[in-house]
Write a protein that binds this ligand. Structure first.
Ligand code: IMP
Length: 248
């Protein structure tokens, strides 16, 4: 498997077009602009097309390019059996960064915490409706997870249906975690789905500041309010200061 992975030089080192960089980098308050100008493409370890769309939506407004780790689907799966989002994010980033020596890889672990359910589904969000949700493998479908969430909340009043999406992003190189960031998005859980976009629990997650569910927002707009967008912006601040400038 490792031998089949293309040398990283073939897909890194690409900076966004001049026009894109100059018009958009100023949006990221606190980022040294000189560092953003030299930013490379960022390698991400996810096979989830919804997450990939979200990351690209978040990166777009900064002129940063997100590339999926090559041949990721052919690599051995990493069991997400850690007790926390951070443990799982680190585990994925460390494992996958070993396949691209010398390159930084980011991975995220994320989920929904519902207050009335004591923080569930939490780290088990992807497999909430699965036979063995604690096992770390065997995800359930989004539809089944959403149906279970609605069942669990059926007697809970609208005012008590508060919760948040949480996203931890770990950045690793050569099997070692370099940095971890966390983003959150507060909202409430509706009693019926709304919207066709997004993935996972998006159709049930109502964002009060937007007056819409996450499934009613295109990726770039969702990124402005989402846990993944918030974490990714923190990552970019760190990356521009510590990683890119140090290694330029
Ligand atoms: P994991 O990070 O691969 O363990 O999966 C996280 C799970 O949490 C997803 O399968 C979704 O069910 C849920 N989730 C995480 N982020 C989002 C989001 O942005 N929208 C909707 N559901 C999400």
């Amino acid at each position: 498997m490792v031998e089949e992975t293309k040398p990283v030089a073939e897909y890194s080192g690409v900076t966004p077009p001049e026009s894109s960089r100059q018009s958009k980098v100023g949006h990221l308050v606190g980022l040294p602009v000189a560092c953003l100008r030299t930013m490379k493409r960022i390698l991400i370890a996810t096979t989830n097309p919804g997450k990939l769309r979200d990351f690209r939506g978040a990166a777009e407004s900064f002129g940063v390019e997100i590339a999926s780790l090559p041949n990721l689907a052919g690599l051995p799966e990493v069991a997400e059996d850690g007790p926390t989002f951070e443990a799982n994010a680190r585990k994925k980033a460390e494992a996958y960064s070993r396949y691209v020596p010398g390159e930084m890889v980011i991975a995220d672990d994320s989920g929904l915490e519902v207050d009335a359910l004591g923080g569930a589904p939490g780290v088990h969000s992807a497999r909430y409706a699965a036979e063995a949700p604690l096992s770390g493998s065997g995800n359930a479908t989004d539809e089944a997870n959403n149906a279970r969430l609605l069942r669990e909340l059926k007697d809970v009043s609208p005012l008590r249906r508060t919760g948040r999406f949480v996203c931890l992003i770990a950045a690793a190189r050569g099997g070692r975690t370099l940095h971890v960031v966390r983003g959150e998005a507060e909202g409430t859980i509706l009693d019926a789905p709304r919207g066709q976009l997004g993935f996972g629990y998006d159709p049930l997650f109502y964002c009060p500041s937007m007056g819409k569910t996450f499934a009613e927002l295109p990726p770039e707009e969702k990124a402005r309010y989402s846990h993944r967008g918030a974490a990714f912006r923190k990552f970019l601040v760190w990356y521009s200061r510590e990683a890119d400038c140090d290694h330029a």
